[in-house]
Ligand binder design. Structure first.
Ligand code: SAH
Length: 247
């Protein structure tokens, strides 16, 4: 039986891959991957390495999670070094915990290789520090997948009244509801919001607006994209190094 490395691929910029991730990718007999921010990573694999695609395309699941879990397990029975490559960090909304659990229950050895999450790195490349002295003493990373109108929401919306930074992942389709909800709990309609699309890649796009106008301004923005809500967004005026260095 082989060993499974649940590996973070980072957010997009291939140089944000960790040395440890690179080592197991180079060593892998099989790589099971999602729709990755950067498919060039697969070129680092040795010749003869098998590739198994289990990703999602435009929100359409190629394979249900149960089948992904089973695929990883079957590959562990067959190969020595199995890399399960996931965008960003495997434990940040990547269902990496479920995959690890499935392996644990079947006595398969595994390691977790953390990755640089888009939640922090896409803002960094947009010139937005998620915390900043005197502006935000904490940041939250919140699923944007759940509709804020859901009666049994587990998201503590009432705690979002402060200026602490909120990063919503998987939230673009719910942006109208999210911004309305934040206004409803008492944030000003001109409170700063940024949407970052394809963060850390050469196609990165950043749109800055307010709770009131961000939906209008991001109509055709491509995914993957995340939403940053907070006063820290204003720091981008001085700190947007990535776009400034590319222009
Ligand atoms: N495990 C991943 C997140 C998986 S959820 C991580 O740690 O980054 C997928 C969501 O992540 C997307 O809907 C989007 O909100 C965000 N995302 C991933 N890569 C991104 C990128 N390069 N730029 C902006 N958002 C990204």
């Amino acid at each position: 039986m082989g060993k499974v490395y649940l590996t973070g691929a980072g957010p997009g910029d291939i140089e944000l891959l960790t040395l440890k991730a690179l080592r197991v990718i180079e060593d892998a007999d099989v790589i099971i991957y999602d729709r990755l921010a950067n498919p060039d990573i697969l070129e680092k694999a040795k010749s003869g390495c098998e590739f198994v695609y289990v990703g999602k395309e435009d929100g359409r699941h190629i394979m249900p999670q149960d089948d992904i879990n089973e695929t990883i397990y079957q590959n562990a029975l067959k190969y020595k070094t199995v890399v399960r490559l996931k965008g960003g960090d495997p434990f940040v909304f990547g269902r990496g915990g479920e995959e690890a659990n499935y392996l644990y229950e079947r006595d398969v050895k595994f390691e977790i290789i953390p990755g640089i999450t888009s939640a922090v790195s896409a803002p960094a490349y947009a010139g937005i520090p998620v915390t900043h002295r005197g502006v935000a003493v904490s940041f939250r990373v919140v699923t944007g997948h759940e509709s804020p109108n859901k009666k049994t929401s587990q998201i503590p919306w009432d705690n979002f009244k402060t200026d602490d930074t909120i990063v919503f992942l998987m939230g673009l389709h719910n942006l109208p509801k999210i911004s309305n909800k934040l206004i409803e709990i008492g944030k000003s309609p001109d409170y700063p919001v940024a949407v970052i699309s394809k963060g850390t890649t050469k196609d990165q796009k950043v749109v800055v607006g307010t709770l009131e106008n961000i939906v209008e301004k991001t109509k055709d923005i491509p995914t993957p994209a995340l939403i940053v809500v907070g006063r820290v967004v204003e720091l981008r005026n001085q700190l947007k190094w990535f776009e400034d260095s590319n222009s």
